[in-house]
Ligand binder design. Structure first.
Ligand SMILES: *Cc1c(COP(=O)(O)O)cnc(C)c1O
Length: 370
């Protein structure tokens, strides 16, 4: 059976060009960048070059880019690190009810430490309203964290507008850009954000490597203490080959994301039209979405659509990959006002660089049969 991968929102396959620089770097540079001998110096130089290229991808300065192990770690570091460093200024944080669990659960941990968190609602299309954000701000607010694009429904939040409000109140704003990185321009100046997370595993890069941008003027504490790597914000010997791979993934994204988006959105739109014509409801279709996402609610049918498709070789997701192994309902679809029956009949189809027209036709056909 020829399988079809349509779960790029959960993980993207590593790009061959990235894989090559990862293996070349791992083979060539054996030194620890902290060591003073020539092996260490060479590794340090490679690290510096990779940091400069990730910084230019973000339109940031090199010393504002910190490498971490995952989107989860970048989000935890941003949330917990900024909240704790600014504790004397206040104890209130604003986020949304549809963040990734790595933001939501970091917020829950902060609540146990005495912070107060406001979880903004979203409308039925999954968008946060500017006036809700403005209304939630108090003199105690020290941080806002709102994702750039949602991993379950692909909806893009109005971050530039939200960050303008945050800036007017002198509140640092962080955005989780993990899901958006392959398509959106992660220009921190035009987004107006003070902190931004993204990871390799959603950008055709290596797994287990990510970055956190933090504006130079923002105070932040580390989560890990040790040898003082990453300007003492993230101790631990650097994942040199991973970081170089991440930089290569950024270079490719910058060069190809516009043409990727054009091709993939055409495939998505055709698939969407076909699914609508057979009675599927397409969610959040009239708002700004990532070009590769498709959240569809199937009118009737099987209890487990993801399983039924998987048996026919089609890999899609129910809600998010993180929650689909657990039996809990998607918090994102709940926030959109979906009932249990609708949630059970909703799947996420996410396309990517390797998706072909033939594959989208097979998906449409098999969903139709189900
Ligand atoms: C995947 C994802 C994360 C978590 O990234 P990991 O590298 O798996 O820890 C965080 N936020 C969003 C929006 C994601 O899509």
């Amino acid at each position: 059976m020829k399988r079809v991968y349509a779960d790029y929102a959960a993980a993207t396959p590593i790009d061959d060009r990235v894989l090559k620089v990862v293996t070349d770097t791992a083979r060539q540079y054996s030194g620890n960048p902290s060591s003073l001998h020539s092996f260490g110096q060479e590794a340090a130089d490679v690290l510096t070059t990779a940091r400069e290229s990730v910084a230019s991808f973000l339109n940031a300065a090199s010393d504002e880019v910190y490498f971490t192990s995952s989107g989860t770690e970048s989000n935890n570091l941003a949330l917990i690190g900024i909240a704790k460093a600014n504790r004397e200024r206040g104890n209130h944080i604003i986020t949304t009810s549809i963040e990734h669990p790595s933001v939501l659960n970091a917020c829950r941990a902060l609540e146990r430490d005495g912070f107060i968190v406001t979880y903004l609602p979203v409308d039925h299309e999954g968008r946060v309203a500017l006036h809700d954000f403005t209304a939630a701000i108090t003199p105690q607010t020290i941080l806002a964290s709102i994702h750039l694009a949602n991993s379950e429904i692909g909806v893009i939040q109005p971050i530039a507008e939200l960050s303008e409000v945050a800036r007017a109140h002198a509140i640092p704003i962080h955005t989780d850009a993990c899901q958006a990185a392959a398509f959106a321009e992660l220009n921190i100046k035009s987004l107006g954000v003070d902190a931004l997370s993204f990871n390799g595993s959603k950008l055709y890069g290596p797994r287990g490597v990510a970055a956190l941008y933090v504006r130079e003027s923002v105070s932040i504490f580390p989560l890990l203490y040790g040898g003082g790597q990453e300007q003492s914000l993230r101790s631990g010997s650097e994942n040199l080959s991973g970081v170089v791979g991440l930089a290569e993934a950024c270079r490719i994204a910058a060069a190809e994301r516009v043409s990727d988006a054009r091709r993939i959105s055409r495939l998505r739109d055709q698939l969407q039209a076909t699914l609508q014509s057979i009675g599927c409801q397409v969610n959040c279709a009239s708002t700004t979405r990532l070009p590769n996402h498709l959240s569809v609610t199937i009118p009737t049918g099987k209890a487990n659509i993801v399983d039924a498709l998987n048996r026919r070789g089609i890999a899609v997701s129910s809600g998010s990959a993180c929650s689909s192994r657990s039996q809990t309902e998607s918090h994102v679809l709940v926030a959109l006002g979906f009932n249990s029956s609708q949630i059970n009949r909703t799947i996420r189809i996410s396309l990517g660089r390797q998706t072909t027209k033939k594959e989208t036709e097979v998906i449409a056909q098999l969903v139709g049969r189900i």
